[in-house]
Write a protein that binds this ligand. Structure first.
Ligand code: FES
Length: 179
C-alpha cells in the first residue's frame, strides 16, 4: 500500500523539553490544552532549540505528518519553531552559513570564500541577520571548498558563489520572519 502524502501540521502550546521514549526515540514534548504531544525534531534543529529555548516557553510549531511504518497514528516531524511574543511569532533559531575551515578546504579556496561571504553580507546589509560560522569539516572533503546552509550543501565553491549562498540564507530569513 502506498504511504500517505505528508500533510502540514501546526500546533501552538507550551514547550516542556525533550525526552527519550521507551523505544529510545528523542521527542519534543509540547503541551497543548493540557495534552502532551510528542514530536520528532531532526538532530541539528533539536540541538539549536536546546541552546535557545527554555521549558515553559510558548511556541508555535509546524512541520509534516508522515507515515510511521504503517502505525495507525502519523508521526509529526517538526521543521519550524517560533517563539510567541507580544509582537507575534518570531523565529527562535538562527541558521548560520557554515563554511569549512579545515585546511583541505581552507587552503584551496575556503578562505577566499569566507572573505567573499563577509564582504557580500556587509555590502548587502545582512550582517545582523545572516550569521557566518566556521566549522571543522563538512564531510565532503573531496568536493571542497565546502559551505552549507540549513541542509543545502555547496561544493567546489569559489568567491563568486557568495552571492547565491547569501541570497538563499537572506531570502529564507526574510520568509521566516515575514518581512
Ligand atoms: S575538509 Fe572541508 S569538508 Fe572536510
Amino acid at each position: 500500500m502506498a504511504s500517505p502524502v505528508p500533510t502540514h501540521f501546526e500546533l501552538h502550546g507550551e514547550f516542556c523539553g525533550f525526552i527519550r521514549t521507551l523505544l529510545g526515540k528523542k521527542r519534543m514534548v509540547l503541551r497543548v490544552g493540557g495534552e502532551d504531544h510528542f514530536l520528532k525534531v531532526e538532530k541539528e534543529l533539536r540541538h539549536r532549540l536546546k541552546a535557545t529555548l527554555a521549558p515553559g516557553s510558548e511556541i508555535l510549531v509546524s512541520g509534516a505528518e508522515v507515515d510511521d511504518h504503517g502505525r495507525p497514528i502519523l508521526k509529526r516531524v517538526v521543521s519550524d519553531v517560533r517563539l510567541m511574543t507580544a509582537n507575534g511569532p518570531v523565529a527562535c533559531v538562527r541558521y548560520p552559513v557554515r563554511v569549512c575551515t579545515k585546511k583541505t578546504c581552507w587552503r584551496n579556496g575556503g578562505q577566499e570564500l569566507w572573505h567573499a561571504l563577509e564582504g557580500t553580507l556587509a555590502r548587502r546589509g545582512f550582517t545582523a541577520t545572516v550569521e557566518l560560522e566556521g566549522v571543522h569539516c563538512l564531510d565532503h572533503c573531496k568536493r571542497g571548498p565546502n559551505a552549507e546552509w540549513q541542509g543545502h550543501d555547496y561544493h567546489h565553491c569559489t568567491p563568486r558563489d557568495a552571492e547565491r549562498i547569501v541570497d538563499a540564507a537572506a531570502g529564507k530569513l526574510a520568509k521566516v520572519e515575514g518581512r
